[in-house]
Design a protein around this ligand. Sequence first.
Ligand code: ARG
Length: 632
Amino acid sequence: MLGAIKRELFEGIRAAVADAGYGRDVEPSTVELEDFDDEEKGEFSSAVSFAIAADAGANPMAVAADIADRHRESGLPDGIDSVTVENGHINYHLDVDRMALRTLSTIDSEGAAYGTRERADPDRIVADVSSPNIAKPLHVGHLRNTILSDALMNVLEARGHDVTRDNHLGDWGTQFGNLLHEYVEFGDEAAFEDDPIAHLLELYQQFEQRDSMLEDVEAFDAVTDEFDEAVTTERQYHVDDGKEWFARLERGDEQAVERWERFREASVERFERVYAELGVDFDLWLGESFYAREGWNDLVVEKALDEDVAMRGPDGSVFIPIYPDEYGDAGDPETASVDPSLDRARELLDEAGSVEDADFDAFYIVKSDGSTVYGTRDLATIEYRVGELDVDQSVYVVASEQNRYFQRLFVAARKMGYDEVHLEHIDYGMISLPEGSMSTRGGQIVTVREVLDAARERARDIVEEKGRDVDGDEVDAIARKIALATVKYGMVASNRGKDITFDIDEAVSLEGDTGPYVQYATTRAYSILDAAETVPAVDAIDPETFNDTDHNLLHQLGRYPLVLEQCEERYDAAPLARYLLDLAHVFNSFYHKNRVLDAEDAAEERLALTDATARVFENGLGLLGIDTLAEM
Ligand code: ARG
């Protein structure tokens, strides 16, 4: 309902600006929701006067006062008490008593739907989520991806969109040719059966090691030419064998496909166990292989060549040239502007003499040996999503390491003529663990398994420390939910672009900015509600009894829908995570400063508030994939 007020305010400001004849359109984003404790600024504030004043060479204070007067005269929205002007800002103040009742009754009537939105015309969104490469274990980077994307997709759904989660597995490419080759030479059935991913990882690393070893020897100035030649030949064999296996795979060779399928199935089975434990699900598992095996790669390559968007290099490779001035906002169909013609590229190529030296980037879709690459499969994915799934948005939750790649992909996609679809790279930063906090086997990666086990162990300690009178199974069940809250909250609490250090010992604590802290506040609300006989009806409530802490809490509850709106705008779950933490703080001070059950005149009112708070915790934590607990 604060959302509705915000929209009404915006319309009012816009009308006042038009009325005053300032001749400038007002952006909705110029009306902002302020922190609830900044009384001077009011709950909403607009700085539109500055832009107008700058245009007109006028004084922003005078402009603000003028707009405020006009707005006041034409009538402020229901729920807004007054408008003031402060340092050129136009500030709007809520009528807190009216708001209090509106908030409570909205939460009461909407229940689990509070904060959600229905749309007559939702966007059809297909999202790449999780998307690990097969034949390798899931590591903390995948953990951040999987949790962030699950929460974000939940939010987008709650905001009324039609979301399809696609686990776009990395299950195709030269590396699997190498792996097939290595497996044929050195694979061990028993080791594979025992722990397929560990065995495949070992083979993969072995292949890489041998390659770099041969590279080193090759670089070494050898004594004899024969030796040099032998090494080069050996390395060539080695690399060619891998390529040959990938070529066989792309041709659909039975032996290659059969083995590859075993690798894929075993990997998917292991991944699924982890996903089940995290409580996340996908609608699709198409993977890169789908586009290769179902002809989509061939189709986009043909299309790119037919439509003269891609050109052939001297070595037979195929690429789409991208000029330096084309990296605009290619993700946004409204502003994307590219030049698909090849004339410029041909000239530049003539001038420079080689693709490498030419003043454009080459987005390769076929290598000189005829095989496809990562980018081919991504263009094929867009073709498929636009043509078959009829998407409005194709979005990618992928680490920021791939920023540059996605910029290029999006430009290439525009050149291919995918004009309507919104493309968004939802990037996130690196995640690391504090030195020494966890065994990094081989010093390389920390697996999801290790993080989950460690979190579970710490959570158990916490439950046991509290010395509750619960049996072992129950301790386990509670510990598991706390552990998940620890990990999930920790993964989304920072803005997604930021690199984070994830410290389990901090994240599992019941104090501090943690998931369990929010869980604990919810448990507290539950136990108050449990102790009360019934929760009073909202219309029996007297808003006059509310004091400042009550109002703070109400205010915070009313902000929830706006926070979801913000998450949607930013494609991030961090605002929600931080909001829930704020709510937990405000609720805790409400609880500490007030009597609730035995409040003299306000027991009913405070119970209703507690009930509404529990509801918002449930809704919000639910979107983050975090369970609430009756007991902790
Ligand atoms: N499998 C890739 C990786 O592990 C991520 C895939 C992301 N999605 C995409 N459409 N490129 O790096």
